[in-house]
Design a protein around this ligand. Sequence first.
Ligand code: FES
Ligand code: FES
Length: 152
Amino acid sequence: MVTLNINGRDVQVDADPSTPILWALRDNLNMTGTKFGCGMAMCGACTVHLEGQAIRSCVTPISAAVGQKISTIEAMSADKVGKAVQDAWVKHDVPQCGYCQSGQVMSATALLRTNKSPSDTDIDNAMSGNICRCGTYQRIRAAIKDAAKSIA
Ligand code: FES
Ligand code: FES
């Protein structure tokens, strides 16, 4: 058993310590908001926060998260910055198929926690690891700027 702190709660996960966080979330805990895309840290669909930093849960073992705080998309509506990002996503009608979007929201939230007024370059740098096959990048950028204004 491995004890993880997920969205403010300690949970027991019956999995090998080398199991990626993504599969502990999805298979052990039935938290399916975090998505599997590439499994190789190349698409960002699986992004969660570890101690507030955006990480790729498909390549991060649960052993690396012991004693640290994991946050997932399921907790973002109760987070001031995460809620502002989600509201802006709705306002700008960002998703198309939606598959990449929980990862996009997690990366955008991590960005706005440390940078209250990101430039286009800041946004591009922070979001470059989150691929959207539907090409929603322009709406994502607009929504991040809107969320930044609402947080300010
Ligand atoms: S599934 Fe983790 S980066 Fe693609
Ligand atoms: S909305 Fe379809 S992959 Fe991003």
